[in-house]
Design a protein around this ligand. Sequence first.
Ligand SMILES: Nc1ncnc2c1ncn2[C@@H]1O[C@H](COP(=O)(O)OP(=O)(O)OP(=O)(O)O)[C@@H](O)[C@H]1O
Ligand SMILES: CC(=O)N[C@H]1[C@@H]2OC[C@@H](O2)[C@@H](O)[C@@H]1O[C@H](C)C(=O)O
Length: 372
Amino acid sequence: MEKVRTAIGLMSGTSMDGIDVALLRTDGRAVVERGPFLNVPYDPAFRDRLKLALEQAKTITQREQRLGDLASIERELTLRHVVAVREFLAANALDAASIDVIGFHGQTVLHRPDEALTVQIGDGALLARETGISVAYDLRANDMVHGGQGAPLVPVYHAALAANLINAALPVCFVNIGGISNLTYIGADGVIVGYDSGPGNTLIDQWVETHAGVPFDQGGMIASEGRIIAELADRYLNSPFFTAGKRRSLDRNDFPPPSGADAELADGARTLAYVAAASIIKSAGHLPVTPTLYIVCGGGRLNRVLMLDLRDIARRQGAQVISAEAAGFNGDSMEAEAWAYLAVRSLDGLPLTFPGTTGVRAPVSGGVVVKP
Ligand SMILES: Nc1ncnc2c1ncn2[C@@H]1O[C@H](COP(=O)(O)OP(=O)(O)OP(=O)(O)O)[C@@H](O)[C@H]1O
Ligand SMILES: CC(=O)N[C@H]1[C@@H]2OC[C@@H](O2)[C@@H](O)[C@@H]1O[C@H](C)C(=O)O
């Protein structure tokens, strides 16, 4: 039997809303025992620092470059992760010595798959030193070296979860609605297909932040007051991203937000919720078989308007949409769990990505492992 390890996964996603911390006991293969979860939100001032990092990263040409404030923001980000790990350990009466490895995502500040350039800031050595725990980080880079899109990496974890689903009726499709959305299809024959499916919450967040001064549309309340503006929705849904022959991974800035002239507040939020939902089903059209079951994780599942739209569009194709919770999972912690799972796979040199997930030439492992 393979060695079962205790791992912590740390995810700071494209929404830049905070750090997700999750514990997983796993052998990096079929054994997956999910543990506690903690979300440590960023304060508005630090979110502004991350936005500055994204802005300054635009001129990066070599992935190790840390221009302008990037080096100091990377250190601040890492130290926030140190605090998050300490809080998590204390809250769950855990000892650093009981953790075998941390999977550290860092913050994506630039992602240009066409140039094989992806940059996640986060100092793995500093995190290892400060926590006293080994860290696996920079998990995307090796995929790109081998011709992959560098994302998504979660599919291999979704596949492990699907294998553990009781009465799993395959095929099943996991959907993550984060800042960007991505999906993973697991076929009855075990085939795994994964790719980014389109804009998720980022457009909604940017819209309501600019026009209502709130970071996100809680529960879809703002959207529920509006109507869909078809021309605006079509502007997004007619993007060549959806019809291209090759699936491409996305940068947070690939779909720019609408301008103030495009809509009133509520109509804009309503339209962008619809765009997020419709994007998923449109992109699912590239899957080998039309899914009959979508399991939704990520913050977007808490936007009721988005979920109603998704259910409605999926129903027209005979498909059912359920939340991660309805399938027995935790929709908030799934990506952090995935990073714990990937860290263990990285330690064992197991593949993280596959031709069917990132388009990598052959299955490859990845990540840099640093001991404290
Ligand atoms: N109660 C809620 N109602 C509506 N939307 C919500 C709610 N809670 C969170 N969200 C949305 O979910 C987003 C965060 O989702 P999540 O944490 O899954 O994204 P992420 O991990 O940062 O992104 P990605 O998966 O692209 O890396 C928030 O920015 C917000 O738009
Ligand atoms: C470059 C990058 O950070 N991509 C993220 C982003 O957020 C969602 C989607 O785009 C996905 O491709 C990926 O994250 C998840 C965790 C992944 O790699 O599976």
